[in-house]
Ligand binder design. Structure first.
Ligand code: ATP
Ligand code: MG
Ligand code: MG
Length: 551
């Protein structure tokens, strides 16, 4: 594992181990199972697991499932799959909901210490009483209930004697604190909702800011790494650890979240794209979810390299999505077979090639990796080329096929355009060429040169294939630039997918879902696991060959 990128958390951990504050580092990745993971979560996974690995520590996968409303087992399974796919193995697998009894006891402890009270104010009233940055908060009229009364009411809350929102348990801290998070935050809410794990056992649920520090402490987490928006909550985190008398004292450390251009990165928004039918599920290849990236064809290695390269800092920043493309190209360059596929086919008849003859030509599988060996591809009188590789009236510097011009067919012969046929609408539907036997690839022919080399697929044995080309799903630079009356949905690119029917080499007849190839002159493609069949492969464009990334 690399450890040469900048990471401000590394020296903190190092110091804590050297000073003897901790003998072993324990981190955790704590997703809420209310959606599929996205590339921002990948960053958090990588930070937590890599730091623990580097110092021989441990990392737990903990489902932060304290909010019953939005959580689901489907999400739990997908999250496990995604973490494993990135290549990580967790030490402990925990559910925050398994700690509900313990959390309840700690809340009772707070009540007994006079540090928590049951409030009858409504959520709106609590918000009103809280004050603002410039104005201190006001005490709730219920703030000074006796310990006995609070204990009794809290038990009744647990026993289901009140309706949703009728009462709440609040920490008794400081209504005039400059940090609004410390103005008696709510720590338990009533919610008569079935929980994906605990069913109907509970009708009161702890809020995140109370539950999270307890979860961390119960697991002896040493460094609780989270994103920057929790910075203001750190005093509350520490208050909970202290006042609930947790033995372990985890330290919360915040880092800048990952944002990527042309992407929305919030489960709420991703869910909306799925539910409103903008995409074909959470794993649509245009989605920034880990499952979407996987289906598109990104490799775990490329995602790891991308996140590691970014390092870990205190600042939020937006990264150009083309940087991820750079890493996947690097990863696939030497590992994928090269092949030929025609995505917008045009028939070519080679008029001087013997009818009914098919010859087999030799082609390297990857010229940069000779060990990958050779393949045999058929060649005959009829082939397909790309429509854009022929022009009736070419512009300057067009070196592909046009009447009278000669080009090289990759791995095969030079062919010269003699004629073409158009349909009634004026579209070219067939090109007639002659070939020169002397020019066979690998024969050492040096008699003359041509400027263009094009790809092709022999027609009689070509396999049908579907090619799906993608553009960014979101047109705006980033979700942060959302304007007032518009929503991010107004920025959804209406042309984010193009589906084309073409042909591939017969060498590809046994390809499997998730196999990756570099199609000559097109780019890297992945065999779609959802829509490919044995009759017809479906390919997702991962990235084109050239980067348009300009620094
Ligand atoms: P979202 O805001 O996208 O819905 P979340 O923060 O609510 O995500 P959680 O399931 O609570 O999602 O997150 C699990 C962990 O992943 C948290 O520690 C969170 O800080 C981290 N995380 C989420 N989004 C990002 C991001 N864009 N960059 C880095 N870490 C992230
Ligand atoms: Mg969340
Ligand atoms: Mg969030």
């Amino acid at each position: 594992m690399e450890n040469n990128t900048s990471n401000f958390i590394r020296p903190i951990i190092k110091q804590d181990l050297e000073s003897g504050k901790h003998n072993q580092v324990i981190t955790r990745f704590p997703p809420e199972p209310n959606g599929y993971l996205h590339i921002g979560h990948a960053k958090s996974i990588i930070i937590n697991f890599d730091l623990a690995d580097e110092f021989n520590g441990k990392t737990n996968l903990r489902f932060d499932d304290t909010n019953p409303l939005k959580e689901d087992t489907e999400f739990v399974e997908s999250i496990k799959e995604d973490v494993k796919w990135l290549g990580y193995e967790w030490d402990g697998l925990f559910f925050a909901s398994d700690y509900f009894e313990e959390m309840y006891k700690r809340a009772v402890l707070l009540i007994n210490k006079g540090k928590a009270y049951v409030d009858d104010l409504t959520a709106d009233e609590i918000r009103e009483y809280r004050g603002t940055l410039t104005e201190p908060g006001k005490d709730s009229p219920y703030r000074n209930r006796s310990v006995e009364e609070n204990l009794e009411l809290f038990e009744k809350m647990r026993n289901g004697e009140f309706g949703n929102g009728e009462k709440a348990l609040r920490a008794k801290i400081d209504m005039s604190s400059p940090n609004i998070n410390l103005r008696d935050p709510v720590i338990y809410r009533i919610s008569h909702t079935t929980h994906h794990n605990t069913g109907d056992k509970w009708c009161i649920y702890p809020v995140y800011s109370f539950a999270h520090p307890i979860e961390d402490a119960l697991e002896d987490v040493t460094h609780s790494i989270c994103t920057l928006e929790f910075e203001d909550q750190r005093p509350l985190y520490n208050w909970v650890v202290e006042e609930t008398e947790m033995e372990s004292k985890p330290q919360q450390i915040e880092f800048g979240r990952l944002n990527v251009t042309n992407t929305v990165m919030s489960k709420r928004k991703l869910k909306q794209l799925v539910e409103e039918g903008f995409v074909d599920g959470w794993d649509d290849p245009r989605m920034p979810t880990i499952s979407g990236l996987r289906r598109r064809g990104y490799t775990p290695e490329s995602i790891l390299a991308f996140c590691r390269e970014l390092g870990v800092s205190k600042g939020d920043g937006t990264v150009d999505s083309r940087m991820l493309d750079h890493f996947v190209r690097e990863d696939l360059k030497l590992t994928t077979p090269r092949t030929m596929g025609v995505i917008r086919p045009l028939k070519v008849v080679i008029t001087n090639y013997p009818e009914a003859q098919v010859e087999m030509l030799d082609a390297e599988i990857n010229p940069e990796v000779p060990e990958m060996g050779m393949r045999k591809i058929p060649f005959s009188r009829e082939i397909y080329i790309e429509q854009e590789d022929f022009m009736e009236e070419p512009p300057n510097k067009y070196f592909r096929l046009f009447p009278g011009n000669e080009v090289r067919l990759k791995h095969a012969y030079f062919i010269k355009c003699e004629d073409f046929i158009k349909d009634d609408n004026g579209n070219v539907i067939e090109v007639h060429c002659t070939y020169d036997r002397e020019t066979k690839s690998g024969s050492g022919f040096t008699g003359r040169k041509v400027k263009g080399t094009i790809h092709w697929v022999e027609a009689s044995q070509a396999l049908p294939a579907e090619f799906r080309l993608y553009e960014p799903l979101i047109l705006d630079e980033s979700e942060n630039e959302e304007k007032e009356e518009t929503t991010f949905l107004d920025n959804v690119n209406p042309n984010s997918i193009e589906v084309l029917a073409g042909f591939i080499e017969p060498t590809m007849k046994d390809i499997q879902p998730q196999d990756k190839f570099q199609f000559f002159r097109h780019g890297y493609f992945n065999v779609d696991p959802k829509h490919s069949t044995s009759e017809k492969a479906v390919f997702n464009l991962i990235v084109s060959l050239k980067s348009s990334f300009k620094k």
